[in-house]
Design a protein around this ligand. Sequence first.
Ligand code: SF4
Length: 236
Amino acid sequence: MLETLYFLGIAERRTASDIGPKFDGNQAVELPMIAPPPSLAGLRAQAAGCRACPLWKDATQIVFGEGPAHAQIMLMGEQPGDREDLAGKPFVGPAGQMLDRALKEAGIDRKKVYVTNAVKHFKFVPRGKIRLHQKPNTPEIRACRQWYERELATINPALVVAMGSTAAQSVFGKITPINKSRGHLIDMKDGRKALVTVHPSYLLRLPDQDSRAREYERFVDDLKIAATQLQRDKAA
Ligand code: SF4
């Protein structure tokens, strides 16, 4: 029952105030139907008021997806980082610069793809003047999946690229190992294709230059699969 409620998409809303202060992701509340948004801008405005998990409380603002309203490729990361939280835009920090470079090498124009995150508010713990990134947990990923579903319905991309384990969990609705799933297109039930790869921030965390260079090449190779698919779709 709980799983059904989580994955009903636009028919369901859960808010922290409805659920109560002890939200741990295991409660679900059925609320009235809400109308589908008319546009991506409408969706973004709707999401700004989301209170479906506690992450909105400490974040500066929501960081919604960005890109053409009918992009053929949707790229999904984990959650906004410190820079993204302040700017209100996805992938503008160091990981975003890494992504831009890799997209260019793969032959994909970032301006033509829609870029978003599985979780739309920044999760962190304060350490002095620094805000340390915290990985979103399963209840938070599930609570935020409704926005991915709405982005998907509005943009209708042919291919979704899940970058990292949080994105893969959101796209496939279950924990999905990256190494077993990456490097090939996966057919989705809704007719779309999905591609799994690492998150660019993973490349930034690698300790030595050799492994960073090697993994960066693998990341570009994965993105080239997306570029080839895009070309095929255009030719069809
Ligand atoms: S992280 Fe997602 S589910 Fe949680 S409040 Fe923000 S938009 Fe809503």
